[in-house]
Write a protein that binds this ligand. Structure first.
Ligand SMILES: Cc1cc2nc3c(=O)[nH]c(=O)nc-3n(C[C@H](O)[C@H](O)[C@H](O)COP(=O)(O)OP(=O)(O)OC[C@H]3O[C@@H](n4cnc5c(N)ncnc54)[C@H](O)[C@@H]3O)c2cc1C
Length: 479
């Protein structure tokens, strides 16, 4: 009986899983395996929020595989030894997996491939996590894209295949390695977010989240996606990060949402959602072509940026006690749920890198630990974009004003009140700038500045001028 091993990683799903599909087409028996080897991920091993998510996601995929007759085996790493041992034991002639793009993980995969092939075991690697492979597109001059819109247009022209169906039955090989029981894997760290309250990890949770988005939210996506006080985005990011749903499935679903007023066309809201999926593609394109960027700026002029070191400000930012309500709400939302609204991610990152001049790499590390959707490509791209050191980055003079942004995107202060309960009784007109509220307003709301809620860690107007000077000098040096 021809047998294949499917090495599952950040593709914890049955539907539209090219590696699983391909193995099942070519082989009668299939053994899906996960290799437990956190040390092989190097400096970017999963953070604590992601570890907590993965424990649940693994349990979910193991159950789904069991329900169709298969068995997910968890092997102990290093990956090459584990996979060779497994393939020899069960008589598999091929190991199949979906490609990874993170530089360290891609290097691990290359090494594992070589080792398996030297042991006489065939390897098949398939694209499975993106709409467009990062090396499939280049500019007319043959270089990688650094600007989103031309990348997006080129990617749309390339198109993509339709999603593959889920297998209905998996035939397991007669023998399987004993593996590690799921219960023996390190369980959730104590200070991880309260995942079970806010999320349902796993493919079914991903499908339910997508279903809810496409039936209830997408129609207003373009308007409400910028509003942290509404449920206006899909919240699919952790499901995408763990590969519990594929971007092809989401893109195909979005393409089906057609509006007809005179002429029929894909709805503008669905197009806006698809465009966001292509920001993810762009981030992977950049990470693949510029693998140093998780640690170093893409724009080398930023190598000499005079970042500050201020542990007290860093602690205030991390804990959500900066005195800027919308920033504190975002940081606390992340600590509690493992997720933060995109608009607020931009605001907290701008406060860190521009007002406080603290290194974006410290911010990206903290996000990496605390986000359930921590994704090396998106996180690196987001941080470098806000810091101004990345591709298609925010211009150096864009320094978000946390008061104006709060008033614009959280006009009633509902988002702040949810995550910063000390300010619950503040009227909307003062909630984004409690430090300038009249004393009577503060007293009536039970707020004592510096006691129940902090004063701002920095004066935004002065910090803005300081940042403009520093950023301006980097821009001048780059010319
Ligand atoms: C400083 C900073 C750090 C970030 N870190 C991460 C991260 O670690 N992981 C992560 O998935 N996203 C990250 N983002 C991007 C973005 O904030 C999240 O993808 C988004 O908030 C997820 O919520 P959603 O699924 O409801 O998004 P939706 O608006 O529903 O978008 C759908 C999907 O499109 C993709 N997407 C949306 N916006 C972006 C974007 N700006 N860049 C890249 N992809 C995008 C995501 O995969 C998202 O799930 C970061 C952004 C910033 C500014």
């Amino acid at each position: 009986m021809r047998t294949a091993v499917v090495w599952m990683r950040n593709d914890l799903r049955l539907a539209d899983n090219p590696a699983l599909f391909s193995a099942m087409q070519s082989h009668e028996a299939v053994a899906p395996v996960v290799v437990w080897s956190p040390e092989e991920a190097g400096a970017w091993a999963l953070g604590r929020a992601s570890r907590a998510w993965r424990a649940r996601s693994l349990a979910a995929i193991a159950e789904s595989i069991r329900a169709i007759g298969g068995t997910l085996t968890i092997l102990s790493g290093p990956a090459a030894e584990a996979l060779i041992g497994c393939a020899l034991l069960i008589g598999a002639d091929t190991v199949v997996w979906n490609r990874r793009y993170e530089p360290t993980l891609a290097a691990v995969d290359e090494n594992v491939k070589r080792r398996l092939e030297s042991a006489g075991i065939a390897v098949r690697v398939l694209p499975g996590s993106l709409l467009v492979e990062p090396d499939a597109l280049t500019t007319q001059s043959g270089s990688p894209y650094k600007v989103f819109t031309p990348f997006y247009n080129a990617a749309l022209r390339t198109g993509h295949d339709l999603p593959l169906p889920s297998p209905e039955h998996i035939l397991s090989p007669a023998t399987l390695p004993s593996g590690i029981p799921l219960s023996a894997l390190p369980s959730s760290p104590a200070d991880a977010p309260d995942i079970d309250r806010f999320w349902t990890p796993g493919e079914r949770g991903a499908e339910a989240t997508a279903e809810r988005f496409f039936s209830d939210i997408v129609d207003d996506y373009e308007r409400s996606r910028e509003r942290p006080d509404t449920d206006g985005t899909s919240r699919l990011s952790p499901h995408l990060a763990f590969g519990e749903i594929s971007p092809r499935t989401l893109k195909s679903r979005a393409d089906e949402i057609v509006r007809c007023n005179g002429e029929c066309h894909v709805s503008e809201d669905a197009v806006a959602f698809t465009r966001q999926l292509y920001w993810r593609e762009f981030a992977y394109h950049l990470l693949h072509h510029y693998p140093h960027t998780p640690e170093l700026p893409l724009r080398r002029g930023f190598d000499v940026f005079p970042w500050s070191r201020d542990p007290d400000c860093m602690d205030a930012w991390r804990s959500g006690i900066t005195g800027f309500p919308i920033v504190d709400a975002g940081m606390r939302q992340m600590l509690a749920t493992g997720w933060m609204h995109n608009r607020v991610r931009m605001l907290v990152a701008s406060l860190l890198t521009k007002d406080l001049l603290l290194p974006w790499t410290d911010g990206s590390r903290w996000f990496w630990e605390r986000l359930v959707d921590a994704d090396l490509a998106n996180n690196t791209f987001g941080w470098q974009w806000v810091a101004g050191s990345g591709a298609d980055a925010a211009p150096y003079f864009r320094i978000f004003n946390p008061v104006i942004q709060g008033e614009r995107f959280d006009p009633e202060g509902a988002y702040v009140k949810r995550w910063v309960p000390e300010l619950e009784a503040m009227p909307a007109s003062w909630i984004h700038r409690p430090w300038s509220a009249p004393s009577g307003v503060l007293a009536a709301a039970g707020v004592r500045l510096g006691r129940t809620y902090p004063r701002p860690v920095v004066d935004h107007a002065a910090a803005r001028l300081r940042a403009l000077a520093v950023y301006g000098s980097i821009r001048d040096a780059e010319r």
